[in-house]
Write a protein of this length. Structure first.
Length: 327
């Protein structure tokens, strides 16, 4: 087994690394890695329905889609991620207990009574500290999981505090759980990096053929290309979302209200309707028609609306208010 050392904390690069190793390495692999603050959404989720758009924008938090299913999670440098990529027979590849067992063994050595519960979670005293997900490519499985060690819980809560009333879709929804940091249960404090060392050492003992390696410069170049063409793109992170209906009502600074209703397919607006008690010189059907065919994302909306003299359509309503209503 290869123990691939990971030093990069860029979430786009880290998610791309998983896909690259899955599809280009033949040997079994294990990796530990951390991300700067970001939200990682499941492959089959509607990204906008999982995140607090305003909080994400204000705090410059990256949002990245992963290869595996399941719910959205918040990463920061207090969260440690682990990845197993292994070869096997198709019928035996999916096995959450197998890949989480080494983590439980490390925690038990540290005197922490952690358990595997539900479909794919690890808990301490009934509170979740690890969510896990898997996907299969050919005869290889990618299993990865989060390990909340010393994450900033208020950030986690606010970043994932999406408005459930805005979307009507069939996408997989995240399930909110009571969570805890591993560090809260330690008898003696250690750093997240020391915790990573304990896990790596345990894997080295558990797999006698395990050996540490570094990714080559060529590997890095190919991963960066995957970041450029996929993992940093709006098409993958937002446009890949399942079809959905979006509805949002805003109160303007002048006391009126505007309601936006959108039908979105593959991230592109197919239908738009605007309601409200606003005053206008020109019929807002012009705006509705212009929204059709536009990507449901801020930059595209801002460019489109910038082509209109907005005060002719929404008296005393600002561009920022309209953008807020459309996201």
């Amino acid at each position: 087994m290869l123990i691939i050392k990971r030093h990069n904390t860029d979430p786009y690069f880290n998610l791309a690394t998983e896909e690259y190793v899955l599809k280009n390495f033949d040997e079994d692999c294990f990796m530990l890695w951390r991300d700067e603050p970001c939200i990682i959404v499941g492959k089959h989720q509607n990204t906008l329905a999982e995140i607090n758009v305003d909080y994400v924008k204000q705090n410059n938090i990256a949002v990245v889609r992963r290869l595996t299913g399941g719910g959205a999670v918040f990463h920061d440098l207090g969260n440690l991620n682990f990845t197993f990529i292994q070869q096997g027979k198709q019928e035996n590849l999916i096995d959450f207990r197998k890949y989480t067992l080494p983590i439980l063994e490390v925690l038990q050595k540290m005197g922490i009574s952690a358990k595997f519960e539900g479909r794919n979670d690890l808990t301490i005293d009934g509170r979740k500290f690890s969510g896990n997900a898997e996907c299969i490519w050919k005869q290889r499985v990618l299993h990865h999981g989060t390990l909340l060690f010393s994450s900033h819980m208020p950030n986690l809560t606010q970043a994932l505090n999406a408005d459930p009333e805005k979307f009507n879709d069939k996408a997989v929804k995240s399930v909110q759980s009571r969570v805890t940091n591993i560090s809260e249960h330690l008898k003696e404090p250690i750093t997240v990096l020391k915790f990573a060392d304990l896990i790596q050492n345990h894997i080295m003992e558990k797999y006698p053929d395990a050996r540490p390696i570094e990714l080559s410069p060529s590997d890095h170049d190919k991963i960066h290309e995957l970041v450029k063409t996929k993992y940093s793109t709006w098409e993958w992170n937002f446009g890949y979302s399942p079809n959905y209906n979006f509805k949002k009502r805003i109160r303007t600074k002048k006391g009126g209200s505007i309601e936006f209703s959108l039908e979105v397919q593959n991230g592109t607006i197919l239908y738009a309707k605007i309601f409200g008690d606003y005053f206008c010189k020109h019929d807002t059907k012009d705006i509705e028609k212009a929204l059709v065919g536009i990507e449901h994302q801020e930059n595209a909306l801002r460019i489109m609306l910038g082509k209109f003299i907005l005060d002719d359509y929404f008296s005393n309503v600002t561009l920022e208010e309209l953008i807020d209503g459309l996201l």
